[in-house]
Design a protein around this ligand. Structure first.
Ligand code: GDP
Ligand code: MN
Length: 398
């Protein structure tokens, strides 16, 4: 699950990470009130109006604007609210902005120059360790830095047995070229950032830029926070931060139906019970000359209701030219599943793509008979290769 910048910052702050303070607004009037409040609380004459969408690169797309007085706050908030913001990380149609974050301006000049850094915390799956990635080249596209000046990116691996060590936090501050108070602030920043990452079961933190202000404070100017969905049940308060308007409607529907669904780019939809079988089925589809349109695990209870929900979700994808149902009847009986498929099919009216059903396991023969005699446009198979051949034949015919 991803959340907005303002939500991520509020979590960081609750763990003692210093942030660029801000107030969220949904109308230009609220934006002006927010700016007035920031003036009182933080003595910030200038403010920044920042579009809240689940995508980075907002600055480049015109979704981050500096405002030097209240008139400008109103004008810039009006422009950004309601716009379809297009950034390098959105689709070509962009994302509708319904909230802006009004923040204090933290780039004011002073005793020492400001400096932007890059920092992220993530799980390096190949090493099985959380890793802090950081760079002196903040504020810009980190992929660009990685490609052109990889020597400017450092990694610090965290040993899970002992956690982040004080010497590691100091090493990071040192490598970023800091000294004096800014050094101490960076040590504090890294330590609390890592604590936050571990505590909330995050899968990614990306803070770009981390800013050294002109009075040597270290603060998070941006925040990208992603949760590990498998740990989310432990954090019901954070789960409330979900913004379904930012998510793909098909994903939302699948989650509500408790179906494990991942959309892919191919033309053959698949409905399978069990993640391992789903992977094997996707391989079979590829071998048969098709491309899987999705991963869908209906889980143990493949009853008519779930099967129907799964069909509906698969068919929302207009690229789907055929559906392969591959169910292993271990605990669930194949004839029950077959009946479920027939019922779901009848319930839905006409389905315009061929459905290939492979049922194997308890009562497989009976199940095949049920499908074959149903009079519906459903093709049955028992062996894996039979199913693959059918997919291939039907794709060519359609
Ligand atoms: P992103 O473009 O989606 O990554 O959004 P960011 O939150 O990173 O903001 C984009 C850029 O806006 C930053 O890299 C800064 O250069 C600039 N910016 C952000 N906050 C301030 C601020 O308080 N003052 C000024 N002058 N610029 C800011
Ligand atoms: Mn950023």
């Amino acid at each position: 699950m991803n959340i907005h910048e303002y939500q991520g910052k509020s979590i960081l702050k609750s763990f003692g990470v210093a942030i660029q303070e801000g107030i969220v607004a949904e109308t230009p009037e609220q934006a002006v009130d927010a700016a007035k409040e920031l003036k009182v609380k933080y003595n910030s004459d200038w403010v920044v109006v920042k579009a809240q969408i689940h995508a980075g690169g907002r600055g480049k797309g015109g979704g981050v604007k500096l405002a030097k007085n209240l008139d400008e706050v109103k004008e810039k908030a009006s422009n950004i609210l309601g716009m379809h913001l297009i950034t390098p990380q959105t689709s070509a149609t962009g994302k509708l902005v319904s909230k802006v974050l009004i923040t204090q301006d933290v780039y004011y000049p002073g005793a020492s120059p400001t400096k932007e850094f890059y920092m992220s915390v993530l799980l390096d799956r190949s090493k099985g360790r959380n890793t802090i990635i950081y760079s002196t080249e903040g504020g810009m596209d980190i992929e660009h830095v990685a490609e052109h000046t990889p020597e400017k990116i450092w990694k610090e691996e965290i040993d899970p047995r002992v956690g982040l060590q004080a010497f590691q936090a100091r090493k990071i501050a040192f490598n970023l070229g800091l000294s004096g108070n800014a050094f101490k602030e960076m040590v504090k920043f890294v330590t609390s950032l890592y604590k936050a990452y571990e505590s909330i079961d995050a899968s990614l933190f990306e803070i770009n830029p981390v800013l050294k202000t002109s009075d040597d404070k270290i603060i998070a100017v941006d925040s990208k926070v992603s949760f590990d969905d498998n740990g989310l049940f432990r954090h019901p308060d954070y789960e409330k931060m979900r913004d379904i308007t930012e998510e793909d409607p098909i994903d939302v529907e699948a989650r509500n139906a408790e179906l494990n669904y991942v959309k892919l780019d191919g033309n053959v939809g698949c409905m399978v019970n069990g993640a391992g079988l789903a992977m094997a089925t996707m391989d079979i589809i590829k071998l048969s000359g098709g491309e899987p349109a999705n991963f869908l695990d209906v889980g143990g209870t493949a009853n008519a209701e779930r099967v129907e929900k799964a069909f509906r979700i698969i068919l929302k994808d207009k690229n789907v030219k055929a559906i392969l149902v591959n169910i292993f009847g271990g605990i669930v009986r194949c004839d029950r599943v077959a009946q479920g498929i027939v019922d779901a099919y009848k319930n839905m009216g006409t389905i315009h793509v061929p459905i290939i059903v492979r049922l194997q396991g308890t009562n497989a023969e009976l199940a095949k008979k049920l499908i074959d005699e149903s009079g519906l446009k459903v093709y049955s198979a028992i062996e894996f290769h039979e199913a693959a051949d059918l997919v291939n034949k039907l794709l060519k015919a359609n």
